[in-house]
Design a protein around this ligand. Structure first.
Ligand SMILES: [Fe+2]
Length: 690
């Protein structure tokens, strides 16, 4: 029976995995939720959840005292062999009266889908890199193969995949599989995951191809450039409904890319690997799903866990199995755990009724006109990340000019600005070029907190103090010694002038959709910031970079001059739902860019900036119900041009979380070649209008 309450019932969900997040449910509906990386500006940030929790409380205007129940998933800080992801006391540790429940990892993934999916009865699949250890799982373990063996094992076994059914408000475990943890250290490029997980394998191959694990999804984008029958390794052993990873194939692959330059030099080699691995992953997933459907069939499938972000595999699951309807939780990775924790609390602990979710993914705080206007007016008087690049450029110009710094005269130097970003400077032929990204392995690096860097720019004399206290560090000790002993830093830093940008030019529009559509139609590339931010890895019209898909230069321009990322990476199209079948071979709605479809042949050349190498694209269908501002914009664009498609990519650059605040958006705007930044009904330009 539903609780009778005079004031709202708040349930707080929180998760401390990588991609940490918090979610506030108000009377069973999401009031606010945020990923930690959006606040700290550090990609995939996790661990201590104080900032994410405080964000949700502030957005709602309440305190922890107003929370009825806190539910957490915290398995990575609770490994019995020692792990501390938390990094300090948690906010609710001092609120002894808060009731705190802990749930296991796959159960949290499962409830993130249960809370947000459109179905009543359905099957539910969770697959990821590494879930909770066996002895922390609180769902039914009766359906685990080798259960007794795992329970007696002297080492960790963690959740790998879990299959449930949900009917009449009851979750039932059909089958769960576990995998040993920490067995892969003998292999190069091993992922930090369990041995037999599909997600872990994917991460490992991504590290092999790109030299980092920042964005494993890139592998899916690379695959269409590969050739069939070049990489023919059988990675997966499929037996008795279970998937096992055979890592021995890695022995034949000993040439990993250590950086982007190496990746580019051997592009086809890595593309062929991506092609073959993608096919193997699809083979394993289809096998696993067919097996689970034989155990318990349903035409509806909910799917969560990081593996569910593989849009190409998802489309094959829908086409090639008996599943009629699929719901992939848009925050399928560990960022979605907080949602699941909150819904578990509401449904299973408080025993409250399930309230159907609207389908929205936009759970961030809104910024009113005053906040937007203040950000626009103040951006020119503040030192922001946008201004860092020229400052570093200037600093190195002076450093390079001295005879003591021969080792810096030619080469690559990396500047690590905590919470701001990584910049690399290439000194060559008397010229220094500054890159706001990693282009190659540096010879030396300098690390300083971003805040300290701004203080240093305001007061250059602080540099000596920072060097002595270690707040500024050189990776090359000889360089540090030379710097402190032989160089009058204060003289150099005095010469560094405070960078200046002109005041922002902006206009307030009464017809924002019409005005922005006009800008897009005239070839402008626009930053688009509306309402609360999306929760999850995709920008769906709240924090987006938008362009006319007919602009043939848009793809390479946005990749190289705005997002500073690899040129092979594709962009997705947004289309009015009612027009989707004009342009795409698509049979169903696709609001989350998480399924792949083919572009119709007659449109492939016309909208080439959103067409991938294999003529596919990750379509976003747009409706007005929870995406009205974006729907209105595309409708206006259609009225002006006849085209109801826009190129849509997230408002960030490589390695940077999607912008959260108007200040973040404006900083980003000034450090790339976006033409305009639209925030609510303000249009900001870099130069004088007209
Ligand atoms: Fe996970």
């Amino acid at each position: 029976m539903a609780l009778k309450a005079l004031k709202p019932i708040y349930v707080l969900g929180t998760a401390t995995s990588h991609d940490g997040s918090a979610c506030l449910l108000k009377d069973g509906k999401i009031a606010f939720a945020i990923e930690k990386e959006r606040i700290t500006r550090k990609k995939h940030d996790g661990g201590n959840d104080n900032l994410a929790i405080q964000y949700c409380l502030d957005a709602e205007g309440i305190s922890l005292d107003d929370i009825t129940l806190i539910v957490q998933n915290d398995n990575f800080s609770d490994f019995k062999y020692g792990n501390d992801y938390l990094g300090g006391e948690r906010l609710f540790a001092v609120h002894a009266h808060s009731k705190i429940e802990t749930i296991s990892h796959h159960l949290a993934h499962a409830y993130s889908a249960i809370g947000t999916c459109p179905f009543d009865d359905f099957n539910l699949l969770v697959i990821d890199g590494c879930g909770s250890p066996f002895d922390q799982c609180i769902d039914n373990l009766g359906a685990v193969p080798d259960r007794n063996k795992i329970a007696a094992a002297p080492h960790l076994f963690c959740e790998k995949d879990s299959f449930y059914s949900y009917a009449n408000g009851q979750l039932k475990t059909i089958m769960k599989d576990f995998s040993p943890y920490g067995y892969l250290h003998q292999y190069p490029n091993y992922p930090n995951s369990t041995k037999d997980s599909i997600g872990g394998l994917y991460a490992g191959v991504s590290i092999y191809c790109f030299g980092d694990h920042a964005d494993p999804g890139k592998l899916m984008g690379l695959a269409p450039f590969g050739k069939p029958n070049v990489f023919n390794e059988k990675i997966f052993d499929l037996d008795d409904g279970r998937v096992f990873v055979n890592y021995d194939w890695i022995k034949n692959y000993q040439q990993p890319a250590r950086n982007y330059e190496e990746f580019k030099q051997k592009f086809q080699y890595f593309a062929d690997i991506a092609y073959g691995v993608q096919k193997e992953i699809e083979r394993a997933l289809l096998y696993l799903i067919e097996h689970r459907l034989a155990l318990h069939s349903s035409e509806n499938l909910c799917y969560a866990g990081g593996t569910a972000l593989n849009a190409v595999a998802n489309s094959r699951i829908l086409k090639e199995t008996s599943i009629e309807n699929i719901y992939i939780e848009p925050a399928a990775g560990d960022n979605g755990l907080a949602l699941g924790c909150a819904y578990y609390g509401w449904l299973e602990i408080l025993k409250q009724p399930r309230i159907k979710h609207s389908g929205s993914t936009c759970f961030g705080a809104r910024y009113n006109s005053k906040a937007v206007e203040n950000a626009i007016l103040n951006i020119s008087s503040k030192l922001t990340p946008a201004l860092v690049a020229p400052c570093i450029h200037q600093l190195f110009y002076y450093l390079n000019s001295d005879k003591y710094f021969d080792q810096l005269k030619e080469g690559l130097i990396q500047f690590n600005l905590n919470k701001v970003g990584v910049y690399q400077l290439l000194a060559k032929g008397g010229k220094i070029t500054c890159y706001p990204q990693v282009i190659a392995e540096p010879q030396s690096s300098i690390t300083i907190d971003g805040v300290d860097f701004y203080r240093f720019l305001e007061n250059p004399q602080l540099a000596e103090e920072f060097l002595l206290t270690g707040q500024m560090k050189f990776s090359n000790p000889a360089g540090l010694k030379l710097l402190t002993e032989n160089f009058d830093l204060s003289e150099i830093f005095k010469q560094l002038s405070k960078p200046k940008i002109p005041p922002s030019r902006y206009q307030k529009s009464e017809f924002i959709a019409k005005d922005v559509a006009q800008l897009l139609a005239s070839g402008k590339i626009i930053g688009w910031f509306q309402g609360g931010c999306e929760f999850g890895p995709r920008a769906l019209g709240r924090r987006s970079i938008l362009a006319d898909p007919r602009n043939k230069q848009a793809k390479s321009f946005i990749n190289s001059r705005i997002k500073f990322r690899e040129d092979f990476r594709p962009f997705a199209p947004s289309v009015l739902k009612e027009d989707m079948s004009i342009y795409f071979d698509i049979q169903r709605e696709s609001p989350y860019m998480i399924l792949v479809d083919q572009v119709r042949p007659e449109w492939q050349d016309k909208i080439s900036s959103v067409v991938h190498a294999d003529k596919s694209c990750r379509v976003q269908t747009v409706t007005p119900d929870w995406n009205k501002a974006y729907y209105d914009l595309i409708t206006q664009f259609k009225q002006q041009t006849g085209m109801s498609v826009l190129l849509n990519t997230s408002l960030n650059r490589k390695g940077m979380p999607i912008v959260e605040t108007p200040e973040d958006a404006l900083s980003f705007f000034y450090e790339c070649e976006l033409d305009c930044m639209v925030i609510e009904n303000y249009i900001v330009y870099k130069s004088v209008i007209g």
